[in-house]
Design a protein around this ligand. Structure first.
Ligand SMILES: *[C@@H]1O[C@H](CO)[C@@H](O)[C@H](O)[C@H]1NC(C)=O
Ligand SMILES: *[C@@H]1O[C@H](CO)[C@@H](O)[C@H](O)[C@H]1NC(C)=O
Ligand SMILES: *[C@@H]1O[C@H](CO)[C@@H](O)[C@H](O)[C@H]1NC(C)=O
Ligand SMILES: *[C@@H]1O[C@H](CO)[C@@H](O)[C@H](O)[C@H]1NC(C)=O
Ligand SMILES: *[C@@H]1O[C@H](CO)[C@@H](O)[C@H](O)[C@H]1NC(C)=O
Ligand SMILES: *[C@@H]1O[C@H](CO)[C@@H](O)[C@H](O)[C@H]1NC(C)=O
Ligand SMILES: *[C@@H]1O[C@H](CO)[C@@H](O)[C@H](O)[C@H]1NC(C)=O
Length: 492
């Protein structure tokens, strides 16, 4: 009897361990990027920072802000080394000013990583950087040194560089972003881990080369709307490889790939949407909109072209076309592979809640389009990463992609061969040497965070804006939030 009980207890605890062994250490409120908990200083102060592959410097608030009075009390840390020297970072809209300091950082969710002393910016003043209600207090930049914060004759080392120096070996990191927890909870979650290159090697993943080590600049060859032949688009074949037969393949579109990489194409976990050069954005969105119309779903133009949310009274099961993103492969200059994103990726859940008004409580499930116009740039924001495991091998200079066990059913297919040199055809080899790129020059080109910031602002202000009930649709009860006044903020 006791034995039996012990056995049951054992089985139960085993199950619990198995079920809970998948740890998640990234969280974000709807509309915000993914944040991780860190311990800063001695004694440790617990703070949340965004994981941002679109910047380099660890930057942290040192003063209370509206609606968020958590910040780094640096004068309470016995280990802080405050240089007093001024540094700053500018983004297309937001900016911050701060002082260069160094202190210890540790990640409670990554017990195997040693605590390291790292440079950081103590933010003393900011403009359009922290948003009302944001649950994070800073940024953990994960990109390369040339796009770090800058000051007079100062080099601000990144946390990853400090870590590599401490470990005496380069490390890679992996982001597994999973999107929303459930249809009734718009909080999103994921996992961040650091991998010692000497210990673990990823063999089977699709890799794209990092063209320049500043941001994570990659060769994005095309962005296509993909019509699956199978009518049942929600079920996904088990095999992620070589599923060419599933869609109408197209040849490399040289004009499109030149346009996509004209300025630069980057992978940026700190940006929400997939940003495309203006013309291409229009093309892709027109095509999606028509596909939606032809499947008898009516969604207003404000949703497609003006970053407004569309809301329904029940969660939506989208059966819309997928998006395909072709990336240059490291294997050969004549090879590429394709990220295939289901509608769950680009129909972003921005809220799932019970809305209480005079007329009573109505459940409300709101979505925004995960695509936006990006001027001349291409940015694969976290919308393009959800449902995938993305490995950033910083030292070797490639980004590896594989499907993941959480989030949307995104997948990767390929490799596909073409007969021409992709780098030459798409003009990916414009030379900007790493060394020639001065820190100061980065101020002109940094422009990432404001995008999240604007998105967060719009999301946070949404409830304040009078909800306009649009002509209700018979089938699906669509409602819409009008945010026309704020749309300006969203585009640069
Ligand atoms: C910082 O130190 C002050 C005074 O020593 C104390 O009142 C405060 O609670 C401390 N704050 C934190 C976050 O440790
Ligand atoms: C503080 O940092 C400066 C360089 O910024 C360094 O010269 C100095 O030794 C450091 N002090 C301590 C106590 O670590
Ligand atoms: C910030 O948010 C709080 C509540 O979330 C609200 O009361 C306040 O008015 C907001 N401030 C601004 C400037 O939007
Ligand atoms: C959503 O999930 C998060 C994390 O588990 C939890 O803290 C939060 O309370 C949930 N929100 C709702 C509305 O259930
Ligand atoms: C990163 O690339 C280097 C060089 O190719 C390799 O030795 C290392 O194992 C890679 N790291 C991972 C995690 O795959
Ligand atoms: C809304 O209310 C219903 C019933 O009152 C509840 O079952 C549901 O979980 C609520 N949804 C959210 C997102 O809070
Ligand atoms: C693609 O080209 C490589 C050599 O560059 C070759 O080994 C491979 O078999 C080709 N794959 C296909 C599907 O043609």
């Amino acid at each position: 009897m006791t034995k039996m009980l012990l056995y049951v207890v054992f089985l139960f605890s085993f199950l619990v361990t198995v079920l809970c062994s998948e740890d998640y250490n990234l969280y974000g409120d709807a509309g915000q990027a993914y944040a991780i908990e860190v311990f800063l200083g001695h004694p440790a102060q617990k703070l949340n920072v965004l994981v941002d592959t679109g910047s380099t410097t660890l930057a942290i608030a040192t003063y209370p802000r509206q609606d968020n009075n958590e910040y780094f009390h640096f004068d309470n840390s016995t280990s802080i080394n405050d240089s007093g020297k001024e540094i700053q970072a500018k983004y297309s809209q937001g900016m911050w000013l701060g002082r260069l300091a160094s202190d210890y950082i540790q990640f409670p969710s990554l017990p195997n990583l040693p605590e390291v002393r790292t440079d950081m910016a103590l933010i003393t003043k900011s403009h359009k950087f922290f948003m009302n209600g944001s649950s994070w207090q800073g940024l953990l930049g994960l990109a390369y040194l040339p796009v770090g914060a800058w000051g007079d004759h100062l080099i601000v080392e990144s946390w990853l560089d400090s870590l590599d120096r401490r470990l005496k070996t380069p490390s890679s990191f992996e982001l597994k972003l999973c999107g929303v927890k459930s249809s009734s909870n718009a909080t999103h979650y994921g996992n961040f881990r650091v991998i010692d290159d000497a210990v673990e090697t990823y063999e089977t993943i699709f890799r794209t080369p990092i063209l320049r080590k500043r941001w994570y600049e990659v060769g994005v060859l095309s962005m296509r709307v993909m019509y699956l032949k199978q009518p049942n688009m929600t079920s996904v074949p088990a095999s992620t490889k070589n599923s060419q037969e599933n869609y109408v393949s197209t040849d490399l579109n040289i004009e499109m790939c030149q346009q996509l990489n004209q300025e630069k194409s980057i992978v940026d976990s700190g940006t929400t949407n997939i940003r495309l050069p203006d013309d291409l954005y229009r093309q892709v969105v027109d095509e999606l909109k028509n596909a939606v119309l032809s499947s008898n779903i009516l969604i207003l133009d404000e949703f497609w072209y003006h970053a407004e949310a569309a809301c329904w009274t029940e969660p939506q099961n989208w059966s819309l076309p997928w998006l395909a993103i072709d990336l240059l492969s490291t294997e050969s200059d004549q090879e590429y592979f394709t990220l295939e994103l289901p509608p769950q990726n680009y129909m972003r859940v921005v809220s799932a809640r019970n809305n209480t008004s005079e007329n009573g409580t109505v459940p409300e499930f709101c979505y925004k389009l995960g695509l936006e116009a990006g001027g001349k740039e291409t940015v694969l924001g976290y919308t393009a990463m959800e449902g995938l495991q993305v490995l950033f091998n910083r030292s070797a200079g490639w980004i590896g992609w594989q499907s993941s066990n959480c989030g949307p059913n995104a997948r990767i297919t390929g490799p596909y061969n073409v007969t021409t040199s992709i780098r030459a055809a798409c003009q990916l080899n414009k030379v900007i040497s790493d060394g020639a790129m001065s820190i100061k020059a980065a101020q002109w080109t940094l422009c990432i965070i404001s995008i999240i910031a604007a998105a967060v602002l719009i999301y946070l202000l949404a409830p304040c804006i009078k909800m306009m009930l649009m002509k209700p649709l018979p089938a699906s009860n669509q409602i819409s939030l009008s945010q026309a006044a704020l749309v300006q903020q969203d585009s640069t």
